[in-house]
Design a binder for this molecule. Structure first.
Ligand code: SF4
Ligand code: SF4
Length: 343
């Protein structure tokens, strides 16, 4: 088990990103907000919120816009944007274009409906037609974006969800053979993985979701935990070491050792794990606490940093990196402290 993180230098920008991720909110005056690219997610833990994104010295970050007085506030000084911490200048930032969800990629969700019910995830019943989505993607690829990421709720079944993603990938791949395509998917079998690979997928994300089976069963429970691990193994066999990623959510009462064990288990298989801090709005927090039987609190910047350093050490030891991903979260970096990018 990994333990010592003492000899890795944590730079000031990583500390600042960890503080912002931990706080999660930013106060943005109305006149400034009207000039920014604002994302309004239709599903996921930030559904119903307004999000803004920033870049600073090669790092990226998304925050939820708050209308109340907050510790962190965006201000414009001349042509520059700064985040204030109280009255002090905390960070100079450049606003990001979030019109395609992830900067530099087109990241779409094929279906916001889902037959499963993970407690941290909010689904909607808004359905956008496939033709419209294809048109949206094509327009952006024509403008020069060369990275396409696809996710989807699981609907109407696991097989139906895989089939739909496969059809969409084929529809794009026949006209664009030189772009990178990544899919975040729930698979039921090795054949599902192979179908997607044959359709033209380059990178695959299958989420283990939580660091222990007990937490997975309590919070998601849509599949056997070990089956997800077997699928990850199959995906590495199909796509290669480092081409498969998997979210591990933290901040739900797990121990550091649980996180470290799951990171090591995934990395040993050639999977690049993504450490994702839980986002808790009031409703999600209430539902999770009721199910888990204990209270959930905020994650401190110190814990975010500590876990990211463990993650980096674990990846390094196995010759894995986050720098080669072309699609999805590792290529975006807005939601996590990403080893080799941020720290
Ligand atoms: S399977 Fe995915 S989309 Fe469905 S509820 Fe769980 S996290 Fe949300
Ligand atoms: S890190 Fe992943 S989930 Fe977060 S904004 Fe980027 S692509 Fe979306």
């Amino acid at each position: 088990m990994e333990a010592d993180t003492g000899n890795i230098l944590i730079d000031e920008l990583a500390r600042k990103k960890a503080q912002l991720l931990s706080y999660g909110l930013i106060e943005v005056p109305k006149d400034i907000l009207s000039n920014l690219s604002v994302e309004r997610p239709k599903s996921g833990p930030s559904s119903g919120s307004n999000l803004v994104g920033f870049e600073f010295k090669g790092r990226r970050l998304k925050l939820v816009v708050s209308r109340k007085r907050e510790r962190f506030r965006l201000q414009r000084i001349g042509n520059e944007y700064v985040i204030l911490d109280g009255d002090e200048v905390f960070l100079k930032v450049e606003p990001l274009d979030l019109s395609t969800h992830a900067p530099g990629q087109v990241f779409i969700s094929l279906d916001n409906r889902c037959i499963f019910n993970c407690l941290f995830c909010r689904r909607e019943s808004i359905v956008i037609g496939e033709e419209k989505l294809l048109g949206f993607v094509r327009r952006h690829l024509e403008k020069g974006i060369s990275s396409l990421s696809i996710t989807s709720g699981v609907f109407p079944s696991v097989e139906g969800h895989v089939e739909r993603i496969e059809r969409f990938v084929k529809g794009i791949r026949k006209d664009y053979d030189d772009i990178s395509i990544g899919v975040e998917v729930v698979v039921g079998s090795r054949e599902d993985i192979e179908r997607l690979r044959s359709a033209g997928v380059d990178e695959m994300k299958i989420n283990l979701q939580l660091p222990t089976k007990r937490l997975f069963d309590a919070i998601c429970g849509y599949m056997e935990y070990e089956k997800i691990l077997r699928s990850l193994e199959d995906a590495v066999a199909g796509f290669g070491k480092g081409k498969v990623t998997s979210n591990i959510i933290f901040g739900v009462g797990e121990r550091d050792e649980d996180i470290i064990c799951s990171l090591e288990r995934l990395a040993d298989m050639g999977v690049v794990p993504i450490l994702r801090m839980i986002r808790l709005d009031k409703g999600i927090k209430r539902a999770m606490e009721r199910r888990l039987g204990y209270s959930l609190g905020k994650q401190s910047p110190e814990r975010i940093l500590k876990l990211a350093l463990h993650q980096k050490r674990i990846l390094e030891k196995r010759g894995l990196t986050t720098r080669e991903a072309k699609t999805m979260c590792l290529a975006c970096g807005c939601c996590d402290l990403v080893p080799f990018w941020d720290i």
